[in-house]
Ligand binder design. Structure first.
Ligand code: AMP
Length: 401
């Protein structure tokens, strides 16, 4: 059974084709700079038992339709599929599912309409996700299409955790509440942790830290998310690559009055020019760590602030859960930056978290446990795999319908 997973952005399509029999990736690729003069496609074929092959193309790709057509042609030419009708399903990443979607959904006209109605909450993401779905439906009209939402895993948060202390009308009339994002990743690594620990998912209390260009943390009680750091939009919470995360909202009014910056300027400042980039000029943690090592004070301070904010959230989610079985690091930084893991867990011995410095530097496929013997709480590093999670949820929905 083959399942294609699509992640459509405003100028990109990322795809991965799975053979669900052995959960093997048959092919994957990315098409970037769609709509620009020079677009790029990079495709990797991974035939079972054969050598992987990379195909790259550059030139103008006018829109997602043309991009999808090129992907389909390459999948056929390389023998990954004979025709799109061979696909059991196409699973789409959809960023915002609002309050309507607690679970993945088979895409129907009604579902499309509901995703469209959520565009005001995710103006940058949902329109691109919708374009991807519409193009895929055109190319593969008989194939079941499934939407898997980034917000869905967080829909189990209780009202006292998801509401903001604003007049209730703002929630009821405008949908202002915490939704949370990266849900597919938090869900995936939490389930993987339950496999590693050999304990049922619905008996575990876990804290998952997704640390990449965007960063978020989730508190999971007995398999259900009860709190997460991203809010109505992905701007809230931790310090991120270019996003400020938490700040006093009055700073926005102050800056508007003092500098004359308009709403779009402020939006750009907080989403694109702040976070690590705002603090030290770059948003790539590898470069920041390298600079800090060479004595760059601003880079050192940026890492310290990043880890301090993380530690504050970690401590608060330990309080939320009361008892914690495991803390899981994932994402580009969570998986690859031992320094960040070390700083964020430093001084938490009294709360039952002790990292073994040697294990923290190891690398391992699957689940790497980095806690010391004295640690009451397990601390794990698990690589995220959102595409596989989308494929699995897509198949689960097919099986159930
Ligand atoms: P992601 O958004 O999950 O792809 O993560 C991107 C972030 O991971 C960037 O800030 C990268 O600098 C960071 N990253 C990737 N590899 C490493 C590494 N070896 N050490 C530190 N940070 C890394």
């Amino acid at each position: 059974m083959k399942v294609l997973v699509l992640n459509s952005g405003s100028s990109s399509i990322k795809y991965r084709l799975f053979d669900m029999a052995g959960l093997a990736v048959v092919a994957s690729g990315v098409i970037e700079q769609i709509g620009e003069k020079e677009s790029h496609l990079k495709h990797t074929s991974m035939p079972a038992g054969g050598q992987s092959e990379i195909i790259e193309k550059s030139g103008s790709i006018a829109d997602h339709r043309q991009g999808f057509g090129m992907m389909e042609e390459i999948l056929r030419q390389t023998g990954a599929i004979k025709h799109t009708s061979e696909l059991a399903a196409i699973g789409h990443r959809v960023v915002h599912g609002g309050e309507e979607f607690h679970e993945p959904a088979v895409i129907t006209e009604k579902v499309l309409k509901r995703i469209r109605s959520l565009v005001p909450l995710a103006p940058l993401h949902n329109p691109a996700n919708l374009t991807g779905i519409e193009v895929a439906m055109e190319f593969a009209p008989k194939v079941v299409q499934v939407a898997v939402f980034d917000t869905a895993f967080h829909q189990s948060m209780p009202e006292y955790a998801f509401l903001y202390a604003l007049p209730r009308k703002m929630y009821e009339e405008y949908g202002v509440r915490r939704y949370g994002f990266h849900g597919t990743s938090h869900h995936y690594v939490a389930k993987e942790a339950s496999v590693c620990l050999g304990r049922p998912f619905n008996e575990l209390n876990l804290i998952t830290l997704h640390l990449g260009n965007g960063d978020s943390i989730a508190a999971i009680r007995k398999g259900e998310c009860v709190d997460t750091s991203m809010g109505m939009t992905p701007l809230e919470g931790l310090i991120m690559g270019t996003r400020s995360g938490d700040l006093d909202p009055a700073i926005i009014f102050y800056l508007a009055r003092q500098t004359g910056m308009g709403l779009d300027d402020l939006d750009n400042l907080l989403n694109k020019e702040s976070g690590l980039k705002g603090l030290c000029g770059v948003n790539d943690m590898r470069e920041i760590a390298g600079r800090a090592e060479k004595g760059d004070k601003q880079a050192g301070l940026a890492i310290r602030m990043f880890c301090y904010r993380l530690k504050k959230y970690l401590g608060s989610y330990m309080a939320v859960l009361g008892h914690v079985d495991g803390i899981i690091f994932t994402g580009g930084i969570g998986e690859n930056a031992p320094l960040v893991r070390e700083l964020c867990c430093q001084g938490l011995e009294g709360l039952g978290v002790v990292i073994d410095p040697r294990k923290n530097k190891e690398r391992k496929e699957g689940c790497l446990e980095i806690q010391a013997d004295a640690s009451r709480i397990k601390v794990m590093v698990i690589a995220t795999n959102e595409e596989l999670e989308i494929a699995r949820q897509t198949v689960k929905l097919l099986d159930a319908s």
